[in-house]
Each structure stands twice: as C-alpha cells, then as structure tokens.
Design a protein around this ligand. Structure first.
Ligand SMILES: [Cu+2]
Length: 165
C-alpha cells in the first residue's frame, strides 16, 4: 500500500502550506467561470436570386462572446454553403472562398454585407423569393452552431449612406 501513503503525505503537506499562507479568497463565480463561447446572429437576410441562378448571397451580423471563427454552415435550400470575401483584382471585384473561415474578435460586431463578406448558397434547390425565409445553420470553431431564419429581401439601394434617412 505504498502509493496510498505517498498520497496522504502529499495531502498533509498541502494542508500545512495552506495553513501558513494567506487565507484563501472565497471562491468567486465571476472570476473562475470562463465566458462561454457563444455567437449571436442578427439580421440574417438573403438577396432574391434571379430565376435560374444556381447561387445566392446571404448576409448576417455576428457578435462572438469569445474569440471565435465562422467556419461554415449549411441550409436545406442549397447543396453547399460557403463563406466568401470580395476582393479587387486588376480593378475587378471578385469573390473568393474564405477557406480558413472568418475570424470573429470577442465582443466585436462583424457584419457580412453586400460588397463585402457574404454567405454563398451554392446549388440552390429553388429560387430565393422575396418575402420567404430560409433556414441557415452557421458553424463556429468554439461556439455551438446557430440556426437562423434569413429573410429574403431586396438589398438597400446601392450607394446609400447608412446615415441617410
Ligand atoms: Cu460569393
């Protein structure tokens, strides 16, 4: 029974050390409980897709409680959902897949919006019609997946300033 005597020896010396030091601070749930990884998904919407189009763009506003990453997603309305960015190449706006996903900084609001990052629904099962809603599930590196109902609607008029009324 050698191992038990070693363990009890450790236990005794730990008690002795604690007795010599400062009184232990009372446990504080605020300090010891880490913030749970969670992402809030707001204002989910999709552009109506032109008849016959096989892809459509959707947009969301994401706020992560902890540093996280949008890694992908899915929808029953399309075969694939990709995270795309817009970039300028030789003066042309092009979109490309963010293979590594989209980083989300803790507490910061990240808006996916026309002209910038977006969700690309590829292989639409049916056109996206203004007025309907599309369920979209988003996956994150740390936070649990979130499912939202994205509203299909026309984008705000191009070039309109956010401050304009
Ligand atoms: Cu795209």
């Amino acid at each position: 029974m050698k191992s038990i005597s070693i363990l009890s020896g450790l236990f005794v010396s730990t008690l002795a050390l604690a007795g010599c030091g400062e009184p232990a601070a009372p446990p504080s749930t605020a300090d010891t409980t880490p913030t749970a990884a969670a992402v809030t998904v707001a204002d989910a919407w999709c552009r109506p897709s032109p008849n016959g189009a096989k892809a459509g763009g959707c947009y969301v506003t994401l706020t992560a409680a902890t540093d996280d990453r949008l890694t992908g997603g899915s929808t029953p309305r399309a075969g694939d959902l990709q995270i795309h960015e817009m970039k300028t190449e030789n003066g042309m706006m092009k979109m490309g897949q963010l293979a590594e996903g989209l980083p989300l900084a803790a507490g910061e609001t990240t808006a996916l919006a026309p002209g910038g990052n977006h969700l690309m629904l590829i292989g639409l099962t049916a056109p996206l019609i203004a007025g309907e809603t599309v369920p979209i599930t988003l996956q994150f590196a740390s936070a649990p997946a979130v499912t939202v109902e994205a509203q299909v609607r026309q984008p705000p008029m191009a070039g309109m300033d956010h401050g304009a009324h």
